[in-house]
Design a protein around this ligand. Structure first.
Ligand code: SF4
Ligand code: SF4
Length: 403
């Protein structure tokens, strides 16, 4: 990790490849309310869960099979085939019915409000993730259809395509291309918004009159419009290869598909190496927001410790949100979570740069996430937490026999 590259240059990547079919899916449903139960049969495209809140579309099964288990976090489906539900015809208008139709087919439409500025983020979110490159090169028609659909709902007067300087990014019609330096964390949404509008916003927020989407978002919307079928896939970079992966595909299956293996002590990281989250086990399924997968070999990653903060200020010097990660980490370490708010913990865009530079190798991003989580619990807690469910043998996916 000491010679980690912060470059966001992707070079020429190969085509987007469709991932092979797993025998078992474990679909994350923590943001959804399941509408089917264990024992129910599903087809590819059957709706399995409804979004509980804004920020998500409904969920559908990517493959046909039988639901074997449903808990608060995931739905396990034993796959038997690829028989599909019928495709639907998109509504002709551009208003509420189109938005509702897209939501029903899995698209997060909560961002689509009337706005003057539409920003398309084509900057890789993290080093080693190149998912936008093949989409911009090989799927122009799908992206244009996605953009046309979004334009019908947002009605922007200005459209910006923001790319890392040196990466491929041909403009769409009526669209201005902007370049940012190809260095992490310039691809994170808050920094892209700042590059275009000059305004700083809290994570998850956009300035009034501005809507931001990624190239992957446009692609998924375009595919739903093209096919009339639900969005059940995500685009991921795995070991340098860009794959179209069915949501719920177990991470162990994807590692094996990429020709890799996981040894005791290795960590499988979902997302990039700066801000990704280790998978709990090899049966965990990828979600809609998964953009990459990395195996960190035992002893190769940066080993964080509970060393004391040295007060050196190195983390502050690199923080793009201009806050004090060292102070926030101390609040979290000593369980003074509410005090972390006085140090603007909610301004943190979770880039992880502070932890990389920390002289004491403290797990700063993890402390910050803990503080945010505990503050949210303090605000919303109304009943004692439930005992976490233990993993059962039935959690495990059957061994793969063929594709
Ligand atoms: S992760 Fe660290 S460096 Fe990044 S915004 Fe948050 S506090 Fe700042
Ligand atoms: S870089 Fe690490 S040791 Fe230095 S002030 Fe920040 S948290 Fe403390």
């Amino acid at each position: 990790m000491t010679n980690y590259s912060f470059s966001l240059l992707t070079g020429d990547t190969g085509p987007l490849v469709k991932g092979t079919r797993p025998d078992c899916l474990r679909i994350p449903i923590h943001a959804h309310k399941p509408i089917l139960a264990s024992g129910d049969q599903v087809l590819s495209g059957t709706k399995i869960a409804e979004a509980k809140a804004d920020g998500h579309g409904d969920l559908h099964s990517p493959l046909a099979g039988t639901i074997r288990e449903v808990d608060s976090f995931s739905m396990r489906i034993e796959v038997t085939g690829n028989t599909r539900t019928d495709s639907e015809t998109p509504p002709g208008d551009s208003g509420e019915s189109l938005s509702r139709w897209l939501h029903n087919l899995g698209i997060n439409v909560s961002r689509f409000r009337r706005a003057q500025t539409l920003i398309i983020n084509a900057v890789p979110p993290e080093p080693g993730i190149s998912i936008y490159e093949p989409l911009l090169r090989d799927y122009r028609k799908t992206l244009e259809l996605g953009l046309d659909t979004v334009e019908r709902m947002v009605e922007p007067t200005k459209i910006f395509l923001v790319a890392a300087k040196g990466n491929r990014a041909n403009a769409f019609a009526n669209c201005t291309v902007m370049h940012v330096a190809p260095t992490y964390p310039n691809g994170l949404d808050q920094l892209v918004i700042k590059a275009v509008t000059g305004r700083e916003t809290l994570p998850g927020a956009t300035p009034e009159n501005t809507v931001l989407l990624s190239v992957s978002d446009l692609y998924l919307i375009g595919r739903v419009m093209e096919t009339g079928r639900p969005a059940t896939e995500t685009v991921m970079t795995i070991d340098g290869q860009n794959l179209l992966v069915r949501i719920g595909t177990p991470v162990g299956f994807l590692v094996a598909e990429a020709g890799g293996s996981v040894q005791p002590g290795d960590r499988v990281v979902l997302g990039g190496l700066m801000r990704g989250i280790p998978a709990l086990n090899l049966e965990q399924g990828v979600g809609r927001d998964s953009t990459g997968l990395h195996v960190v070999r035992k002893g190769e990653g940066l080993e964080s410790t509970d060393n004391f903060c040295l007060g050196c200020g190195e983390c502050e010097r690199h923080c793009p949100a201009r806050i004090m990660p060292g102070m926030i980490s101390r609040c979290a370490e000593f369980k003074h979570f509410a005090r972390a708010e006085t140090f603007h913990v909610h301004s943190c865009i979770e880039c992880g740069i502070c932890g990389y530079w920390c002289k004491a190798q403290r797990p700063l991003l993890q402390y910050i996430r803990l503080a945010k989580f505990e503050i949210a619990l303090l605000r919303t807690a109304t009943s004692p937490a439930k005992e976490p469910e233990k993993e059962k043998d039935s959690d495990k996916c059957p061994e793969k026999t063929d594709d």
